[in-house]
Design a protein around this ligand. Structure first.
Ligand SMILES: [Zn+2]
Length: 301
C-alpha cells in the first residue's frame, strides 16, 4: 500500500510499504477514505519533536472496515467508521468516566496517512456511521476524528455554557493580540475581570500564561495544546482562583454526538480544511501548512 513516512524533520515521502494485518483478535483493518495533517504532525515536521527514525505518520481517519479480528463483535466489514488517535476499550473505569485517552488499555493509532490502517480495540475505538456518507459530509466527519473533537472537549473542560464569556488562545487568526497585549484586551472587554472560560489551544509558555491571566477568579482554563516548556507558578495559580482541566482530548467520548450533529447538518467542521490533495502529494500538504499557505489539508488516498 501507499503510506506517508516522515523520514526526518522536513522530509515527508509517500512510499510502498506492506499492507497492515490483523495482529490482535480485537483489531480491525480500515481502508482509508479520508485523512489529514494535524498541527502535532507539523511539530515532527519542524523538528520540535525528535524524529529518531523514519516512521509512518497521521492519526485522523475516516475509513471503511475491510477486515476484523476474531473477537470483534460490533464492528463489521463494509461499515464506514471514525475513530480517535488513541484506541480505547470503552469499558474500563477511565473510559466510563469519559477519559478514553487515559484508557487502561489505550494504544496510539498511528500511520493513518495511508491507504490502509490497523486500529486496535476496534469495538471500543470505532464508531460506525449509519450508512455510506455523502461526499459533501466526508470532510466534516473526518474533522470529528481529532480537530473538532478536541475543540469540543476544550469547551466542555472549560465549562462553556450559554451566557458565559469565552476567550480562545489559538495559534493563528483566533485572537489577534498576543501575550500581555492579549491579556489587556480581554480584561478591557470584560470590565477588568477576565473571561469566564478560556480555551488554551497552543501549548507554549506564553499561551498558557496568557490563558491563566485572561481568566476571571473562579473561571476555567481548558488546555488542549500539547505543552512545550510550560511551567506554572504555584503562587500565581493559588491566588488566581482559576480551575484547570485539559490533556489529550477524549474524542471518543464525544464521537457519536458529533457525528449526529454533522449528519443532521447542525455543524460543518469540515470548513477547517482549505486544501484537499491526493495522498501521493502528502509532502506538499506538509509544506503548505508549514508555510501557512493552508490551515489544514485533507488527503484522499
Ligand atoms: Zn478504557
Amino acid at each position: 500500500m501507499r503510506a506517508t513516512i516522515i523520514a526526518k524533520p522536513g522530509d515527508i515521502r509517500v512510499e510502498n510499504v506492506p499492507d497492515p494485518e490483523i495482529v490482535q483478535p480485537t483489531d480491525a483493518i480500515l481502508g482509508i477514505v479520508a485523512t489529514c495533517v494535524c498541527g502535532s504532525d507539523l511539530r515532527d515536521y519542524r523538528g520540535i519533536n525528535p524524529v529518531d527514525e523514519p516512521h509512518p505518520i497521521g492519526h485522523e481517519y475516516l475509513g471503511v472496515v475491510e477486515e476484523v479480528g476474531g473477537e470483534v463483535a460490533s464492528i463489521k466489514p463494509g461499515q464506514f467508521v471514525i475513530g480517535s488517535f488513541f484506541a480505547s476499550d470503552n469499558t474500563c473505569p477511565n473510559c466510563h468516566a469519559g477519559y478514553h485517552t487515559s484508557c487502561l488499555h489505550r494504544e496510539f493509532v498511528g500511520g493513518a496517512q495511508a491507504e490502509y490502517l490497523r486500529v486496535p480495540l476496534a469495538d471500543g475505538t470505532l464508531v460506525a456511521l449509519p450508512e455510506e456518507p455523502h461526499e459533501e459530509q466526508v470532510a466534516s466527519l473526518l474533522a470529528c476524528s481529532d480537530v473538532m473533537g478536541t475543540g469540543w472537549y476544550a469547551a466542555v473542560a472549560a465549562e462553556v455554557n450559554p451566557g458565559v464569556t469565552v476567550a480562545v488562545v489559538g495559534d493563528g487568526a483566533v485572537v489577534t493580540e498576543r501575550g500581555e497585549e492579549g491579556i489587556t484586551r480581554i480584561r478591557e472587554l470584560t470590565e477588568g475581570v477576565g473571561a469566564d472560560s478560556v480555551l488554551e489551544c497552543v501549548g507554549t509558555a506564553e499561551s498558557m500564561r496568557q490563558a491563566l491571566r485572561s481568566t476571571r477568579p473562579g473561571g476555567n482554563v481548558a488546555f488542549v495544546g500539547v505543552p512545550h516548556d510550560v511551567q506554572i507558578d504555584g503562587q500565581e495559580l493559588f491566588y488566581s482562583h482559576v480551575a484547570l482541566r485539559g490533556g489529550p482530548a477524549p474524542v471518543r467520548a464525544f464521537l457519536r454526538e458529533l457525528i449526529d450533529h454533522v449528519l443532521a447538518g447542525r455543524i460543518n467542521p469540515g470548513k477547517v480544511f482549505d486544501l484537499t490533495l491526493p495522498l501521493d502529494e502528502a509532502a506538499e500538504a506538509y509544506r503548505a501548512m508549514d508555510e501557512r499557505r493552508a490551515i489544514k489539508v485533507l488527503l484522499r488516498p
